[in-house]
Design a binder for this molecule. Structure first.
Ligand code: HEC
Length: 174
């Protein structure tokens, strides 16, 4: 009886030692992985905090094109909605990506694009479709002028009137 208790004790000591050892090994393993996963996390976070200019430009292009299609269809409500998004996307770039590859993006945006925005908005507000169309072409020219000025002249934007690749009907309600 006595000896079986002591051997039970021995076994439980051995078992708890084994448990401690495996906990220690597990902990040291996960702490050695930590610096790596930590740095991965920070670089992911950095990426999230500083958005890619190309992604933001893609968004600007997307709304510009949808705006142009709504304008082409003389759909005032839809065109106004998308132009608001164009403006917001441009403002977002100035605010969130003020510099890129050594270029003062915020300054270039203000210099090239900003002066072309209000004329579009005014023409649109007056439902002056002809003027809105002309001012939109001016705006798209400004996109391309800035691409030239920032060594991205190979990114050629067009208004994209009458060229609908979307699964969306832009026509104005009757
Ligand atoms: C600051 C000047 C500037 C202005 C203004 C500007 N862009 Fe850009 N754009 C750039 C730069 C710089 C790049 C390259 C970004 C990169 O290398 O990541 C770019 C890239 C792009 C791209 C390529 C990314 C893609 O998704 O295919 C598109 C499209 C684009 N711009 C559309 C536009 C449109 C549309 C406008 C006008 C409404 C515009 N841009 C106005 C500077 C500008």
């Amino acid at each position: 009886m006595f000896s079986s208790i002591s051997s039970f004790r021995q076994i439980s000591i051995i078992l708890s030692l084994f448990l401690c050892a495996s906990v220690l090994i597990y902990c040291s393993k996960s702490s050695s992985e930590k610096p790596d996963s930590q740095s991965k996390k920070t670089s992911q976070k950095a990426k999230k905090d500083t958005p890619e200019l190309a992604d933001a430009m893609g968004q600007l292009q997307y709304y510009t094109h949808k705006y142009a299609l709504a304008l082409d269809a003389k759909n005032h409500e839809l065109a106004s909605f998308y132009f608001h998004e164009v403006r917001a996307a441009a403002d977002g770039i100035k605010k969130n990506i003020p510099g890129y590859e050594g270029y003062d993006i915020a300054r270039f945006m203000k210099l090239f694009l900003d002066p072309t925005i209000q004329p579009v908005e005014d023409a649109l507000a007056n439902k002056n479709w002809e003027a809105a169309r002309k001012r939109t072409i001016d705006m798209v020219n400004a996109c391309n002028s800035c691409h030239n000025a920032t060594s991205h002249g190979f990114v050629q934007i067009t208004p994209g009137f009458d060229n609908n690749p979307y699964n969306q009907d832009f026509s104005a309600p009757e």
